[in-house]
Design a protein around this ligand. Structure first.
Ligand SMILES: [Zn+2]
Length: 194
C-alpha cells in the first residue's frame, strides 16, 4: 500500500495531509502532548506575544529582556499608548504541541487557545495557577489526554513559516471524556487526602 501514484483516483484521501489547503477533518488519537511548554504570555490588550518573564523559576537567562524590568511590557501598546505605558497587563494563552495518530500516520499539530480549552477545560491562566500548586499537573494533563480519540479540524497555518498544522477545532469522541482539569482536580483531591 505504498503506491504514491498521483494519477490514481481510487483513493484521493491518500494524499499527504500536509498538502491540503482547505481545512480537513480527521479522526485521530492523542499520542503525546508536549507538557513542557503549554502556554505563552500575551498582552491582555492587544494579545501580541510577550517575552517570558524572569519570574520563571528555571534559571535560564533571557538576554532579550531589559534587566531593569521584571514586568513584561507590551512594546506595541507601550508604543501606541505613550501616556500610560504600564497600562497593559499580560495573560496566558494555550499553545500546545500535540502528537496525534490517524490510521495512516503520526504527526504533530499545534493547538491554540480556543481548541486547547476544550481539552483542558479551563483558561491557560487557570491552568498555570493550578500547576503552580501542583507541579506535575502539566505532565499529568498530558498523560490524562493521551489516548483520547478526537475529531479535529486541521488548517494550514496562515503564517507561512509555521511548521505544524493547526487545530482549528476539536471534538472529543469518547463518551467518558472529561477535560484534563476535571481529572486533575479529582486526582489531586484523592492524593491530597493521604
Ligand atoms: Zn499590547
Amino acid at each position: 500500500m505504498s503506491s504514491e501514484n498521483p494519477i490514481s483516483q481510487t483513493n484521493p484521501r491518500k494524499r499527504p495531509i500536509t498538502e491540503v489547503d482547505k481545512p480537513t477533518t480527521v479522526i485521530c488519537t492523542v499520542v503525546a502532548i508536549d507538557h513542557t511548554n503549554l502556554h505563552y504570555r500575551v498582552c491582555s490588550v492587544c494579545e501580541k506575544t510577550l517575552p517570558e518573564t524572569p519570574l520563571n523559576p528555571n534559571p535560564t537567562p533571557t538576554p532579550t529582556l531589559n534587566p531593569s524590568s521584571s514586568l513584561p511590557i507590551c512594546r506595541y501598546c507601550n508604543f501606541n499608548n505613550a501616556f500610560n505605558p504600564l497600562s497593559s497587563g499580560s495573560k496566558r494563552l494555550f499553545r500546545v504541541l500535540m502528537s496525534v495518530a490517524t490510521d495512516t500516520k503520526v504527526f504533530v499539530v499545534v493547538m491554540f487557545d480556543r481548541a486547547a480549552k476544550v481539552l483542558f477545560g479551563c483558561s491557560a491562566d487557570d491552568f498555570f495557577d493550578f500547576a503552580k500548586i501542583h507541579p506535575f499537573a502539566a505532565v499529568n494533563a498530558g498523560k490524562i489526554l493521551e489516548g483520547e480519540m478526537l475529531r479535529v479540524t486541521l488548517s494550514k497555518p496562515k503564517n507561512g513559516n509555521a511548521q505544524h498544522l493547526r487545530v482549528a477545532s476539536v471534538v472529543p469522541l469518547s463518551s467518558s471524556f472529561q477535560p484534563a482539569i476535571v481529572s486533575l482536580r479529582e486526582l489531586y483531591q484523592v492524593r491530597g487526602r493521604s
